[in-house]
Write a protein that binds this ligand. Sequence first.
Ligand SMILES: *Cc1c(COP(=O)(O)O)cnc(C)c1O
Length: 413
Amino acid sequence: MKHVICGKCVVCGKEYAATPNLTNCECGGILDIIYDYAYIKQNFTKEALAARAEHSMWRYRELLPVEESTPNTPLRVGWSPLYEAPALAQKLGIAKLWVKDDGQNPTASLKDRASAMAVAKAQEAGAKVIACSSTGNAASSLAGNAAAAGLKTYIFVPSRAPKGKVAQLMTFGATVVSVQGSYEDTFELSKAAIDRWGWYNRNAAINPYLSEGKKTVGLEIAEQLGWKMPDYIAISVGDGCTIAGLWKGLKDLYAIGFIDRLPRLISAQAAGCCPLNRAIADNAQWYPMEENTIADSIAVGVPRNADKALMAIRESGGVVVNVTDEEIMAAQKLLGSTCGVFGEPAGVTGAAGLKKLCEQGMISADATVVSVVTGNGLKDVANAIKACGDPISIPSDMEALLSAFAENNIIID
Ligand SMILES: *Cc1c(COP(=O)(O)O)cnc(C)c1O
């Protein structure tokens, strides 16, 4: 890869040749992929990009760590819509708001961006089998993207994973192990199995290429906004790979001169599981927490990408906000009813955090904000019903309809 210099440990600085099998540093630290921006700048322009027909994450190949000969993965990952949301902006009291609906990816979450990258790198490595542990979305996205590319998958999920995600896994033909324990327990078993059988590793914060896939969400936001950055980008945080990837993408664009300023990140976690936000708020180390929230995708008590995530939040002058399950459910309803966007609990946690910060007067009225919805609500219908309630249920009878409308104070004008 002519445009990639190395993988560099974010803890000790040790550099590694960027082979497809790259994992953690020998010191245990996470690697960051380092690019030759001077080289990239020579061949990559906004004009060239604008003329490109490819509308997936692979339109940014110049900034992605793949060989020229590596094929695009088969599913259409990325280029999710960025909707302007004036009604919601007005409700929140901010100047402009855009909602990036990453639930529209092929397996319905932002994780497809990392899994497509994992599949591309596994193919470069000549691997036939990929494995991961996941709260659910990394698993279903890996299973789907690997199935499309003809690779076999072994997947470890905690037994609490919502049914929609497990249904995806089974449909995509993965070998699924449901671990009776926490995500942390699940991760440890997957690690032992990967070590034992030598499968290609798609675990968050072990394989440094995954963040590079996730960064395409940031590249897209910038391009979709005509390279004019908003003041803030709000996103939910579990392991911390997503927010770190988003930040990496924005910094790449800054480094090659495509954007001239960087937004501040809003890191939203669940109040019942917020080890990274707590570390920022206390300006201290992070410590493990219980995994106590309905937002299963971000119920990560031992975040695997703490170093990169904390660095991203701090470097951006970021804001942290923790939201209760009630606030998450309220945000599900609000996004759905004002924008027509259906997010799973972790998917709307960024929006819930933004709403809370607006209510607390932390975001000025002239602010421009992008809120990323990271996963689709159909993955977890039980919690959506909990958030929004059941419909009116009556026999097929006009009298029953009239009295039901009266009982529910529904006045038709
Ligand atoms: C994985 C996930 C996140 C958080 O990403 P991390 O890299 O774990 O911080 C947020 N929302 C959804 C829907 C996810 O699946």
